[in-house]
Design a protein around this ligand. Structure first.
Ligand code: SAH
Ligand code: SF4
Ligand code: F3S
Length: 441
């Protein structure tokens, strides 16, 4: 890099990490924080930090513009205090835009999602006034270069798989995160034990295609069985799965492994086979439904979740109605839905027949009404059930705690339990987005 960034700065003493996007970014953000803490830096609020790491997402909309406006705001606020913070852009926008960010925003460090173990070196370089950009995707994964886990919350993330080979025509992930790579069995089991020692009671295994995880002949269900044997670990979850990697072994795990929670996030994106084909999803409406039938046969009370895109290029009203009818047929406990957003460099961005914004708005509203209706119905159907709730944080009211049910519902409870406790609770009332619990006597 010849267009070096700024004049030398003093080495930062404090840091803040702001993560956007998916849970994998949250995990990465935490790990970058641990890297900086291991260098002796203290974590502070972003507005006071000497080093601010913006851990960015590129999945939809004006993600890039948002990063530039965030940088502007940070500089302006710091300028009022007479400070010039060091700014590092990490994550998927860093990978996609690389040197363009350095050129346009004169940030100090740019580091991609597969290179962030080099953050301390890059920060040191930037402090010397040297260009500090690393968007390599090394074969040797970063995980072996990260410090040990410290204190973690009761529900902790553990990345087991990265990247994607599926190339859905709308999606940037295969370009920003690279191809599918699995972490090794031993490394994951060690980290899981370390997380439990550091306070985790629940682990959510993460991957852009988590159910594609493999080590030799072993699949995700084998890994889940191994984690099931860790004393002190109470719950296991995993996300996000692709329909094509939903093996019978993994489906059977939902019947067999007690610690595996009855929840499955299985994005479908659309209900029309014509659109699924144009999206390169490589599953059909019918094959998706058959998978869910098998999952429900294994675990009848499972809560299903999904992702949907409305307004993919060429989507007609008739196509969209097939999405609505799929939603009606499945009955999701919760789901995410988005307006299609053309991503630079993806095949769909240059397809004809882009759907007008007002049509997308209308479809999103109708889809969300259907999903909200189903979520309310799911929550109402759980009223009266008794279940374990993992207490995760304090609520707003005195003595109130907020935790998660096995079906990933937020449960509010007034109790003298501690954060990290698993408490037996009766679900007494269903709200719009959460449940009211009563401690069982
Ligand atoms: N690997 C996962 C997650 C991908 S990103 C999967 O396949 O499901 C999370 C969600 O973002 C996707 O499921 C999709 O619904 C949405 N998404 C991805 N690209 C998008 C785009 N260009 N426009 C709108 N939504 C998008
Ligand atoms: Fe993107 Fe498709 Fe890969 Fe999911 S499976 S990350 S939507 S390309
Ligand atoms: Fe966003 Fe990258 Fe995750 S684009 S959704 S942060 S994989």
């Amino acid at each position: 890099m010849s267009d070096a960034t700024t004049a030398p700065k003093t080495a930062p003493k404090t840091y803040a990490v702001k993560s956007f996007g998916c849970q994998m970014n949250v995990y990465d953000g935490d790990r970058m924080g641990e890297l900086m803490a291991a260098q002796g830096l203290t974590q502070v609020d972003p507005k006071d930090a000497d080093l601010v790491v913006l851990n960015t997402c590129h999945i939809r909309e004006r993600a890039t513009e948002k990063v530039y406006s965030d940088i502007g705001r940070l500089r302006k606020d710091a300028g009022k205090q007479g400070r010039t913070p060091m700014i590092a852009v990490a994550g998927c926008v860093a990978q996609a835009e690389g040197a363009e960010i350095v050129r346009r925003a004169k940030v100090d460090v740019v580091v991609g999602p597969q290179a962030y173990h080099n953050l301390p070196d890059l920060v040191a370089k930037a402090a010397r006034g040297e260009a500090a950009l690393d968007t390599d995707m090394p074969v040797d994964l970063k995980f072996g270069h990260l410090p040990a886990r410290r204190r973690v919350p009761p529900s902790a993330f553990l990345t087991v798989q990265e990247g994607c080979d599926k190339f859905c025509t709308y999606c940037v992930v295969p370009y920003t995160r690279g191809g599918e790579v699995s972490r090794s069995w031993g490394q994951i089991v060690d980290e899981a034990k370390a997380l439990v020692d550091a306070g985790a009671r629940e682990l959510t295994l993460l991957g852009q295609n988590v159910n594609a995880w493999t080590d030799g002949a072993r699949g995700l269900h084998d890994l889940i069985a191994a984690l099931d044997a860790i004393p002190g670990l109470a719950r296991i979850r995993y996300t996000t799965s692709h329909p094509n990697d939903m093996t019978q072994g993994l489906i059977d795990a939902h019947a067999q492994v007690e610690k595996l929670m009855p929840f499955l996030h299985l994005p479908v994106q659309a209900g029309s086979d014509r659109i699924l084909k144009a999206m390169n999803r490589s599953h059909s409406r019918d094959s998706y439904r058959r998978i869910l039938d098998r999952v429900r046969a294994a675990r009848p009370d499972i809560a299903l979740s999904g992702d949907f895109i409305v307004g993919f290029p060429g989507e007609t009203e008739a196509d969209f109605r097939e999405t609505l009818s799929l939603v009606d047929a499945v009955g999701y406990a919760q789901a995410y839905s988005f307006k299609y957003s053309p991503r630079p460099g993806t095949p769909a961005a240059t397809m004809g027949d882009q759907v007008p914004e007002d049509v997308m708005d209308d479809r999103l509203q109708r889809l969300q009404a259907a999903l909200n209706r189903d979520q309310a119905a799911f929550n109402a159907a759980t009223v009266g059930r008794t279940c374990q709730v993992l207490m995760e944080r304090a609520g707003k009211l005195p003595g109130q705690l907020i935790g998660k049910s096995p079906w990933l519902q937020s449960v509010h409870l007034v109790s003298d339990a501690a954060i990290g406790d698993l408490v037996e609770v009766t679900l007494a009332e269903a709200g719009a987005n959460s449940m009211l619990g009563q401690r069982s006597l």
